[in-house]
Ligand binder design. Structure first.
Ligand code: CU
Length: 201
């Protein structure tokens, strides 16, 4: 008897949790509109709900180790339907490509999915954009204009600040102690200096 009650309660709790999670997901990015009962506004919402709603934040470029090559990082936040990052360009670079890090090597990818109501992270040790054939080597404090192009959304141009070579916003919360091993793992420029890894593209 006692056991049965406990089991039932667990089931109920699980169900309630799943329900809450579902509500949170459904309400994400759209909570201010869902209260409206006006029919015309609802029609407008259902149309816009199928569109991606993108913004780009946290963009930066570490001072590159090489004269003609640099990596760029940023986060794409999506408050709407899924989209795809398909290309990037910059007035500073002759070519900009999209790279993913797989294990210890990087691979060029044609596109990256920006999930619905989610984020696409380009961060140290992971995805990055590769700026090649640089017209000049960017210095710390410079701003580099980069335009990101998407499958559905309009292009977004970001002014990316040039940060110190080891800069990593993931560490900035507790940056009192510099961790050299961490800097090594996350240094994109180090990996880029070994041309053999990139020639496999
Ligand atoms: Cu790369």
């Amino acid at each position: 008897m006692n056991h049965r009650t406990t089991r039932r309660r667990r089931l109920l709790t699980g169900g309630a949790l799943a329900l809450t999670a579902g509500l949170v997901l459904a309400g994400c990015g759209d909570s201010d509109k869902s209260d409206k009962t006006d029919k015309t506004s609802e029609a407008g919402d259902s149309a816009s709900a199928k569109k991606p709603d993108l913004s780009v934040g946290g963009a930066y470029i570490p001072v590159p180790a090489m004269d003609d090559m640099a990596g760029g990082f940023f986060t794409v936040t999506n408050k709407g339907a899924a989209d795809k990052l398909v290309s990037a360009s910059s007035p500073l670079a002759g070519s900009v490509t999209l790279h993913a890090t797989v294990g210890s090597t990087m691979k060029e990818r044609k596109s990256f999915t920006v999930p619905a109501n989610g984020t696409l992270d380009f961060s140290r040790g992971g995805n990055h954009i590769m700026l090649e054939k640089l017209k000049h080597k960017p210095k710390q404090g410079d701003k580099v204009e980069v335009t990101l192009r998407f499958e559905k959304s309009k292009p977004i141009t970001v002014s990316m600040p040039v940060k110190p070579a080891t800069y990593n916003p993931a560490n900035s919360a507790d940056s009192t102690e510099h961790d050299p091993s961490n800097a090594k793992t996350h240094s994109t420029t180090d990996k880029h200096s070994s041309t053999d890894k990139h020639s496999s593209h």
